[in-house]
Each structure stands twice: as C-alpha cells, then as structure tokens.
Ligand binder design. Structure first.
Ligand code: ZN
Length: 199
C-alpha cells in the first residue's frame, strides 16, 4: 500500500474491501459506490435497509469530517431515502466507469458560508437530498483538481469495487490484482482453451 494512502475504517463500505480511501472528501463518493453488493465476495448491499445505510453513512461522514477538517455532520436516512440513494449510486457508477449517459441536472440542497477567510459548504435538509448534494459537490470539487479521474471501478464485472488509483500514470484497472486480475485471466485462458478444442 502506498504510504500516502488513507487507510479506511474496516467497518465502512470501502474498509470492508480493505481498500484505501480516496482523499479530500472524495471518499464520500467512493464510499457510496462501495455500498453495493458483491455476490462474488458474499458482500451485502448496505443500501437495502435503513439501519445498514445509516451505519454506513455515519462511518463515511466520519471519514469525510476527518479529511475535510469540518465538524461531523448528522444526516438521517429513512426507508424512503433508500431507492433514491441506490439510483444515485447507479448514476455515479456509470459515470465513473465512462458508461454514463447524459442526465437531467440534479438540484442541490446545500449552503456555502464565508468565514475565517474560508468558504465552506455543507448540505441542507436531511436524508437522500442531503447525501446527494454532498456527494455531487465532492465529485464536482474533485473534478476540478483531477482527483475524480483517479476514482475508478474494478474491471472485473462481478466485482466493481471503487478504488483510488495512486499509480504514477493512473493505469490501475483492478481493485486487487490477486483476486480480480487473476480471476479474469483464468476465465480468459479457459475461454481460449474452449475455443481451441471446439474450433
Ligand atoms: Zn475487483
């Protein structure tokens, strides 16, 4: 692991995959992507029920607060927030993996304050609109620094883990070489063998 990497809390969505966090608040976007289920590793979807979603958000906002130096935020997730959050996750995933179609703009529920020589931002309201606003603001800020282009999803279609690529030329495509790269190589070589025996 790179010395600069921010080691994730293993009770969080990114930490359960033993991945490092994306930096400077982008961790929230990465954490949202990593709430998805991965049947291949028997990992459940954290946005299937309000309790696991709330636990996820608390760990993730703790990371966000630590990374951005902002006071901890409290956002409550109700059952009605789950579908919009899963939809947001789908949109962010397709966009990060370059398969995104153009979408209608998202209205934001957020505020920006001036104080102590700094501009600070934060979500207004609660539930899915507040989470959506904060996720999109972090994605926007990261798109300006170039960090967003280093947030990637694993090329193994049965995995899709979101990782932050710290490689020099930003060439990493697997969340974990030992599992996903080897699995995909094995599958490709079996397919080649099948082709050569049938062809
Ligand atoms: Zn993977």
């Amino acid at each position: 692991m790179n010395a600069d990497a921010d080691v994730a809390d293993t009770s969080g969505s990114t930490g359960r995959l033993l991945l490092a966090q994306a930096p400077a608040g982008l961790s929230l976007v990465q954490d949202l992507l990593n709430t998805a289920s991965m049947p291949v590793f028997s990992i459940p979807d954290l946005l299937e029920d309000a309790t696991t979603a709330q636990n996820w958000l608390e760990v993730s906002l703790g990371t966000w607060s630590r990374q951005t130096g902002r006071p901890p935020l409290r956002i409550t997730i109700h059952p009605a927030d789950l579908a919009p959050l899963r939809d947001l996750r789908r949109q962010v995933r397709s966009w990060v993996s370059d398969e995104g179609e153009d979408r209608a703009p998202h209205p934001l529920a957020a505020s920006v304050s001036f104080g102590n020589g700094h501009l600070t931002y934060g979500p207004s309201g609660d539930g899915a609109p507040a989470v959506t606003s904060l996720v999109l603001i972090e994605a926007l800020l990261a798109s300006h620094t170039g960090a967003l282009s280093r947030l990637k999803t694993c090329l193994n279609p049965a995995c899709g883990a979101a990782f932050y690529d710290l490689s020099r030329n930003s060439t990493r495509i697997w969340h974990d070489v030992k599992t996903c790269k080897n699995v995909m190589n094995l599958r490709a070589s079996r397919a080649r063998r099948r082709e050569s025996t049938t062809g």
